[in-house]
Ligand binder design. Structure first.
Ligand code: NI
Length: 174
């Protein structure tokens, strides 16, 4: 088992803005990636979800660490949504910055598990929110894209600082 903690990409890193490729079939490379991702979010109780683009891999995979809920989602497709709810959300790629995000309250989705089994899931509330947040990552969409103009304005400085820090670090690492 891989226990190395993966480096989390932060806002300003171009890989967070790319649309991730469909996996279609989970092979040994994807399984290793999934294991490393699970080990990474398993470290802190506050870390709930992690999408592959957040570690610089643009593949449609995300992992979730919640009790009584699937842990691995590959090629997710949201097939239906219902209702609306607004809640504050955080993201590992936006350390220390939270946003109010309005999302559907209930969702239905199809996805593959880590053994290539097609799965169907119906979930709501916080669970639906986590799935939608991680699915956004696979489409290059981020928390900041959900912000109202007022909220974006309020957090402009914080976001600018984070973006600069990310870019500096990317430059330093070549
Ligand atoms: Ni996130």
């Amino acid at each position: 088992m891989i226990t190395t903690k993966l480096k989390i990409r932060t806002f300003g890193d171009p890989c967070l803005r790319q649309r991730s490729a469909c996996v279609k079939k989970v092979g040994p490379a994807e399984r290793m990636l999934i294991e490393a991702m699970l080990a990474t979010i398993g470290e802190k109780e506050t870390d709930i979800g992690l999408a592959a683009p957040q570690i610089g891999i643009n593949k449609q995979i995300f992992v979730v660490d919640l009790p009584d809920f699937p842990h691995v989602f590959v090629d997710p497709k949201i097939t239906r949504t219902e209702g609306k709810e607004t809640m504050e959300e955080g993201c590992l790629s936006f350390p220390g910055i939270a946003f109010k995000v309005t999302r559907p309250r209930k969702i239905w989705l199809d996805y593959l598990d880590e053994y290539n089994n097609p799965r169907h899931l119906e979930c709501e509330g916080f669970y639906a929110r986590v799935v939608l947040h991680e699915t956004d990552h696979l489409n290059g969409k981020l928390l900041v894209d959900h912000a109202t103009r007022k909220e974006a304005e309020e957090k402009k400085d914080l976001l600018g600082q984070l973006e600069n820090k990310t870019r500096e670090a990317l430059k330093a690492n070549g």
